[in-house]
Design a protein around this ligand. Structure first.
Ligand code: MRU
Length: 364
């Protein structure tokens, strides 16, 4: 997508052919800075500190992390160490494990001298594939939007967190259909949940929708239910960090509450996701998905731009109050209207997913 007229992806190989470059998402929306990732430690830190974030982008960054490791030292010990280190950088998004497994399976049988080039080639392929997958999610979601009968003069979508192009390599998952609808001339407006505590909605989704010219309004996380009660939301669409084979959806904390409100108000609740986000090894998301507990500081402090134009961090809690910060929740499949994938739209159920991915059927 474009930033001030210039096309960007979120991550790419730098001009020296080794260093990886990525947009620093911790500084948006106020500063647009590109970071160099020169070592596997840089890649690991970028994922852990959320310079790069969003399940598909975490997978792409991990793939490049493996390439950086092989550029440093292509020996078996480094391969094993890089895999473990990167895997531990964030626990919830399954795309991370998917990308690391893919790279390790490719690299382990190769002689060390061939690993560097093979790793960079595969990381680039994973990025290109992500762009194409997200484009197709957009097409499949657009077909749904075309059939909607808006209650007003525009279609009102509601989204949570950031599942736009910043969360992927390009296009986004949940936002890809919205970009395509907007580009097709469909009047569409997005209610953007601010998404406390890290404000991915307010800082990232609002920024990228604005850069593309998509009408949007940021709302407090608690406002969505009220808007749904008053007929102001035609559909919800969110991304996913891990979806089980039965269609339970793990996504940014607060997604479950939106799904409950949508269910209570008869508002369709869709999830956009690429195939590496499906964890075929688990069924029950509530029981089997490890939920990342992040620092209480994300809750107790806010960083933003002052009226003087400087960046400042302020405390918002009383001294001594404890804070808990589970970063994701699980929305049970029964609350999900449909899963929008690169292969089409299906019911959030094992049968639904297998209708699109029959190769995942278990042997009887
Ligand atoms: O903690 P983050 O910012 O990495 O959160 C992940 C997400 O971006 C969201 O949960 C998103 O909705 C799914 S990833 C497209």
């Amino acid at each position: 997508m474009k930033v001030d007229g210039k096309p960007y992806r979120t991550i790419w190989l730098g001009p020296d052919g080794t260093t990886v470059q990525a947009i620093d998402q911790t500084l948006l929306p106020h500063d647009f800075v590109v970071r160099d990732l020169a070592t596997v430690s840089d890649a690991e830190r970028a994922i852990r500190t959320m310079i790069v974030r969003g399940a598909p982008l975490i997978g792409a960054a991990a793939a490049y992390g493996m390439a950086l490791a092989m550029a440093e030292d292509p020996a078996d010990a480094m391969l094993a160490r890089a895999y473990t280190r990167l895997l531990e950088s964030r626990p919830t998004a399954v795309n991370l494990r998917w990308a690391l497994d893919d790279l390790r399976a490719l690299l382990a049988p190769l002689p060390p001298a061939k690993r560097r080039d093979a790793a960079y080639k595969r990381a680039a392929e994973i990025c290109d594939e992500d762009v194409e997958i997200c484009r197709r999610i957009g097409e499949n979601g657009l077909a749904l939007i075309r059939k909607m009968k808006p209650r007003g003069d525009r279609i009102n979508a509601l989204t949570h967190c950031n599942a736009g192009w910043l969360a992927t390599v390009d296009w986004g998952t949940a936002l890809a259909p919205i970009y395509q609808a907007h580009d097709a001339g469909i009047p569409i407006h997005v209610w953007v949940d601010e998404t406390r505590p890290r404000n991915q909605g307010a800082s990232l989704t609002a920024w990228e929708l604005g850069k593309h010219g998509v009408p949007h309004t940021v709302i407090a996380d608690n406002a969505g239910g009220h808007l749904m009660q008053h007929g102001q939301v035609d559909f919800c669409i969110v991304g996913s960090d891990r979806t089980t084979r039965r269609g339970d959806v793990c996504n940014k904390i607060g997604t479950y509450l939106k799904a409950l409100a949508a269910h209570d108000n008869g508002v369709p609740f869709y999830v956009g996701l690429p195939y590496p986000t499906i964890d075929w090894t688990i069924e029950d998301g509530h029981r089997d998905i490890p939920i990342e507990e992040r620092s209480a500081r994300e809750l107790s402090h806010l960083t933003g731009r002052t009226e003087a134009g400087t960046t400042a961090t302020i405390a918002v809690l009383p001294d001594g109050s404890a804070a808990a910060n589970p970063a994701f929740d699980v929305t049970p499949a029964r609350l999900v209207t449909g899963l929008v994938t690169e292969r089409g739209v299906c019911a959030a159920s094992e049968a639904g997913l297998l209708s699109l991915y029959p190769e995942q059927t278990r042997a009887a």
